[in-house]
Design a protein around this ligand. Structure first.
Ligand SMILES: NC(=O)C1=CN([C@@H]2O[C@H](COP(=O)(O)OP(=O)(O)OC[C@H]3O[C@@H](n4cnc5c(N)ncnc54)[C@H](OP(=O)(O)O)[C@@H]3O)[C@@H](O)[C@H]2O)C=CC1
Ligand SMILES: CC(C)(CO)C(=O)C(=O)O
Length: 310
């Protein structure tokens, strides 16, 4: 299978590297200093149990250059949400009639945002549970833990079936099919919007947040608000989900934090608009009070373009 990775950062380069290591034909789209390092030194994954160095990777800033070898069977789409439109528009040269785009972006809006820029190419939704960042150009760092993709397999799509099989052969990467990607996306959105709000607002990891009764109550309130919005939006959640999410967070390493809080600490643009900002906007639209998410949205807004404050 010919796979193109659009956005070769924490998620994209992690997934692409694991698939290339199984023998798949993977090409990466990257830019800046990261592109130069990938061209000259290859791609390195720093991982406590399963480090990996690929001395040579096919990489370019330009999809047209990668398209010389034909269209992609699968594009894995993993840029930050703020880059979605420009990245989707740049994909044209690698898209053929059979190409599938699998998005691993967070939030509930990715499929529609991409679809608006890729004509009739089929876009499949997915979530990835992984923690990975570009540590320095050419190097992706993951602390280990979960590396699981759940992706849309509705209709028995054969390209997706080949992708699931390839992930099955990979080290430190699993992929599970689902026929109900909407529910999967919403369930991650509820947890992620809430934990991104606390870890970013409080500048603290999950252990500290759950370790104090007041901040633990805030964490719970954020989850409750997102569950209420989901119900009003026509995606009702099972009874007990709030307790389940709280229990999962309590089982995370004490140092666990969201990628949004990493972005805040590094002065990078935040995905706030598609997380607490989205809960806030839906709450207003549907008449559901979301005071905690609205406060997170308003309090972090001035930093969402990458500003670092004083
Ligand atoms: N990191 C994580 O642990 C997780 C992230 N996610 C989600 O995955 C998505 C990707 O996040 P993440 O991997 O952290 O993002 P990163 O910032 O690590 O990686 C994205 C990469 O894509 C590059 N890029 C953006 N636009 C283009 C373009 N048009 N052409 C070439 N390269 C481009 C960026 O370059 P530049 O740096 O120059 O902007 C960056 O190197 C997000 O929606 C995120 O929420 C989901 C689960 C976990
Ligand atoms: C919570 C986590 C790490 C789960 O994969 C995530 O998606 C993020 O921080 O963006």
């Amino acid at each position: 299978m010919r796979i193109v990775i659009m956005g070769s950062g924490g998620v994209g380069a992690y997934v692409g590297a694991r698939l290339q290591a199984t023998g798949e034909d993977v090409a990466f789209i990257a830019r800046g200093a990261h592109l130069k390092a990938l061209q000259t030194e290859g791609l390195r994954l720093e991982h406590p149990q399963h480090p990996l160095h690929l001395p040579q990777v096919q990489v370019s800033a330009d999809a047209a250059e990668l398209a010389r070898r034909g269209p992609a069977d699968l594009v894995v789409f993993a840029v930050k949400l703020g880059d979605t439109e420009s990245a989707a528009s740049a994909l044209g040269p690698v898209l053929g009639p059979q190409t599938r785009i699998l998005t691993l972006q967070n939030g509930i809006d990715s499929v529609e945002l991409i679809q608006a820029h890729v004509g009739t190419t089929a876009v499949r939704g997915g979530v990835i549970y992984v923690s990975a960042v570009i540590d320095r150009p050419g190097v992706i760092r993951s602390p280990g833990g979960l590396h699981v993709i759940v992706a849309d397999a509705a209709g028995g799509d054969p390209t997706m079936a080949v992708f699931f099989a390839a992930c099955g052969r990979a080290t430190a990467l699993q992929a599970k099919p689902t026929d109900d990607i909407r529910s999967v996306l919403w369930e991650k959105f509820i947890a992620l919007s809430s934990l991104s709000a606390t870890t970013s607002l409080l500048r603290a990891p999950m252990g500290a947040i759950l370790g104090h009764p007041e901040t633990r109550a805030l964490q719970r309130q954020l989850i409750e608000e997102a569950v209420a919005v989901a119900g009003a939006a026509g995606v009702p959640q099972r009874a007990g989900l709030v307790d389940e999410v709280m229990a999962k967070l309590a089982n995370m390493p004490a140092s666990f934090r969201s990628s949004m809080s990493e972005d805040l600490a590094r002065g990078k643009a935040l995905e706030l608009q598609w997380l607490s900002g989205r809960v806030h906007a839906l709450g207003q639209q549907l008449g559901v009070p979301t005071p905690a998410h609205s406060t997170a949205w308003r309090a972090l807004l001035l930093y969402s373009d990458g500003s670092t404050g004083f």
